[in-house]
Every structure is written in structure tokens, then in C-alpha cells.
Design a protein around this ligand. Structure first.
Ligand SMILES: NC(=O)C1=CN([C@@H]2O[C@H](COP(=O)(O)OP(=O)(O)OC[C@H]3O[C@@H](n4cnc5c(N)ncnc54)[C@H](O)[C@@H]3O)[C@@H](O)[C@H]2O)C=CC1
Ligand SMILES: O=C(CO)[C@@H](O)[C@H](O)CO
Ligand SMILES: [Zn+2]
Length: 358
């Protein structure tokens, strides 16, 4: 009977199998360590990755093989703390960094814990996500929201941290010209972060004109709509129309589209830097000779690591990056499936799902 009551306490939104979503009453997570806290989830953003697992069931090596709670962009209120927690108290408003690394491997020890092979990341198979009434995390992965920052904005810290990591990997510095492919939440946040880092020109590229319209009023200094021509031709037009001279210093891909990847490589000047953030098809045709003869720096960027969450919070608090304007809709928890359908249809920019009501 007692177990039954406990199970009723943690309503969760579950990807049962590819393309099948459902609600489930799951056990409330228990604190596993004296440094753990239990958070009552208040807002969760839907990420392109959540949608991808729902419809394709796999991103790179991560494959949905058992039911999994979705969601990893969350804020909430501390409900319970372990007896060694010193930095948080019950009632604190927090944003959650949703990946728990092992802390012992080489990657963790050098500070690149995003590359930990034993990372337990919310809503990356096989780990359950945050679209539940409660979620458990160690205290150091819960960041107290500064005064004045809302819980809605707190849910945007995760995608902003993805953008901060991408822009840091790209080494955007004052005066750099930056082209960002994909004007979804991650791409838009890359535009805003690149500008905050001092980029001179920030060109947003997307195939959806309405997203480019948004980008123009958000972080981009100009936009580009690719035509149905070759990547080389699109790149030449982008460089000319954007006044990029011999090519862009930096290209960030936040679309995952093969066409963007190709155009991006051709848009770069010799010695420029390309960073891949978008996750589309696992394998694409790639202009490797251009990368070779232009001596490009080609890098990947995965989630976020030491200092990224703190900087993301600081960028919001200091109003250098506006996350509020990205929030296009807030759905009730029981309407989560409708929220996912809407995101899949490409409506709005960032859709949030509110936490389970009392
Ligand atoms: N590297 C990482 O750690 C992370 C990667 N991601 C990935 O980043 C990508 C972006 O995420 P969101 O912004 O949430 O997704 P999103 O789906 O909202 O944005 C992608 C944008 O790319 C645009 N696009 C598609 N084909 C294009 C093309 N040929 N040329 C130009 N633009 C094109 C779409 O119209 C859309 O606006 C996704 O692939 C997601 O899985 C997300 C989080 C972390
Ligand atoms: O969306 C993100 C992080 O925000 C991806 O890294 C997924 O975690 C991959 O499974
Ligand atoms: Zn994500």
C-alpha cells in the first residue's frame, strides 16, 4: 500500500518506444548520496534531441531500447536535501545541469566531464529525463537562480549552456565574423552568445524564413536563406551578401543538415574554424579537400562542461543574452504530447512544459 502511494507521487512523461508517448506514475526518486537533492520540477523546455529520440529512436551511439522519461532542460524548487548538502536549502529556486559524470575518469579529471564515458545524462538512453514531478541530482549540479531570474528563464540555461560551449569551442573573439547555420533555439542562442563574446558580424542561416525574421530581431546582424543550388554557390552568395571578404572566421552548425555542413565549410576563410553542434544524420558527404587546402580547424561540440552553466546564468543575469524572448509557449504537464507535436511541426521557438500541478 505504501509503495502504491509513493508510486502515485511522481507523474512522468515517458517515451515508451519510438513514436509512442505516455504518462506513467513512477516512484519518487530517493536521495542516493548525502550530497543529493530532490527537485520539484517547475519548467522543462523541449529540445531538438527529445524530438529526435521520439521520432527516430537514436542519436549517434545512444539508442532507445527501453521506456525512458523525456526532458533535460529544467528548472525547479528544492524539495528535500541530503544531510551533507551545504549550498542549497529547501525552497531554493534552481536550474538543473542534467548530466552526472563519474568524476573519476581521465576526462572528468581534466575538466572535460562532458566527455565522460560513464555520463548519466537525463533523457539520453538509458537514463530517465526530467519531465516528471521530481528529479534527483547532486547539489553541485543544481545552480541557485539569481534574484530576478524567473523559473521559466531557468529552464533556458541548459540550451544556453550548449551555445556557450559551442561558442567557446569556436574561440569567438572580439571582431570575429561568425556564421551560424540553423536558427532554432540552439542556433539563436549561439548568435546571441557570439555577439556577447564580441563577434562583429553574426549571420544566421535557415531554410525557414520565419525563423530568419526572428533571428534578425534577436542575435543576428544579418540573415541568409539558402537557395536550391550547390553548396559552393550558396557559400559564394552568402559571403558576398554578408560582406565577409575572403570568408568567415568562424562557422557554427546548429542544424545538423548536410547542406549546411557543406555550405559552412565553403563559407570559411583559409585558417577558419568550423564547429559541429547539430545532430542530424550520423554520416554525411563532407568537402574534405576544402577543409585540407584551407587548413581549417574542424571541431565537435558536445553539451557543456566546466564553467559553462555558470557563464550561461551570468549572461542571462547581466542581460547580455535575452532568453525570455525565445519562450513561445508554455503547456500544462498533461498537455505534454500536444507540446511535442507542436515542436515537431516547427511552430514557435522554445516550447516549455510546466511542472505537475499539486
Ligand atoms: N551538440 C550538442 O551538444 C547538442 C546538439 N543539439 C542539436 O542541435 C540542433 C539544434 O537544436 P534546436 O535548435 O533545439 O533544434 P531545431 O530543430 O529547433 O533547429 C534546427 C534548425 O535548423 C534548420 N535547418 C534545417 N535544415 C537546414 C538547412 N539545410 N540549412 C539551414 N538550416 C536548416 C531548421 O529549419 C531549424 O530551424 C539539433 O540537431 C539538436 O539535436 C542540441 C543540444 C545539444
Ligand atoms: O540535447 C542534448 C543536450 O542538450 C544532447 O546532447 C542529448 O543529450 C544527446 O542525447
Ligand atoms: Zn538538449
Amino acid at each position: 500500500m505504501r509503495l502504491h502511494l509513493t508510486r502515485k507521487k511522481n507523474l512522468s512523461f515517458v517515451l515508451e518506444k519510438v513514436q509512442t508517448l505516455k504518462f506513467e506514475n513512477r516512484p519518487t526518486p530517493q536521495l542516493q548520496d548525502p550530497h543529493d537533492v530532490l527537485v520539484r520540477v517547475k519548467f522543462t523546455g523541449i529540445c531538438g534531441s527529445d524530438v529526435h529520440y521520439w521520432h527516430a529512436g537514436q542519436i549517434g551511439p545512444f539508442k532507445v531500447e527501453q521506456p525512458m522519461v523525456l526532458g533535460h532542460e529544467s528548472s525547479g524548487i528544492v524539495e528535500k536535501i541530503g544531510n551533507k548538502v551545504t549550498t542549497l536549502k529547501v525552497g531554493d529556486r534552481v536550474t538543473m545541469e542534467p548530466g552526472e559524470p563519474c568524476r573519476r575518469c581521465d576526462a572528468c579529471k581534466v575538466g572535460t566531464y562532458n566527455l565522460c564515458p560513464d555520463m548519466a545524462f537525463a533523457a539520453t538512453p538509458p537514463y530517465d529525463g526530467t519531465l516528471a514531478k521530481y528529479y534527483r541530482l547532486p547539489e553541485d549540479l543544481c545552480y541557485k537562480l539569481p534574484e530576478g531570474m524567473t523559473l521559466e528563464q531557468g529552464a533556458l540555461v541548459e540550451p544556453l549552456s550548449v551555445a556557450v560551449h559551442l561558442v567557446r569551442r569556436a574561440e569567438v573573439s572580439p571582431g570575429a565574423s561568425t556564421v551560424v547555420f540553423g536558427a532554432g533555439p540552439v542556433g539563436l542562442l549561439c548568435c546571441a552568445t557570439a555577439k556577447a563574446f564580441g563577434a562583429w558580424k553574426v549571420v544566421a542561416v535557415d531554410i525557414q524564413p520565419k525563423r530568419l525574421e526572428f533571428a534578425k530581431q534577436y542575435g543576428a546582424t544579418s540573415t541568409f536563406l539558402p537557395g536550391t543550388v550547390t553548396a559552393v554557390e550558396n557559400a559564394a552568395r552568402l559571403v558576398a551578401e554578408s560582406g565577409l571578404g575572403n570568408g568567415a572566421d568562424i562557422v557554427i552548425d546548429a542544424s545538423g543538415a548536410e547542406a549546411s555542413i557543406n555550405t559552412g565549410i565553403h563559407v570559411l576563410r583559409a585558417g577558419g574554424t568550423y564547429v559541429q553542434g547539430g545532430m542530424g544524420r550520423d554520416e554525411v558527404n563532407f568537402p574534405i579537400t576544402a577543409a585540407c587546402t584551407k587548413e581549417l580547424n574542424v571541431k565537435g561540440s558536445f553539451r557543456y562542461s566546466s564553467g559553462d552553466y555558470k557563464l550561461a546564468i551570468e549572461l542571462i543575469a547581466s542581460q547580455k543574452v535575452n532568453v525570455q524572448d525565445l519562450i513561445s509557449d508554455i503547456f500544462k504537464f498533461e498537455d505534454a504530447e500536444r507540446a511535442f507535436e507542436q515542436v515537431k511541426a516547427g511552430a514557435g521557438i522554445k516550447t516549455l512544459i510546466a511542472g505537475v500541478e499539486e
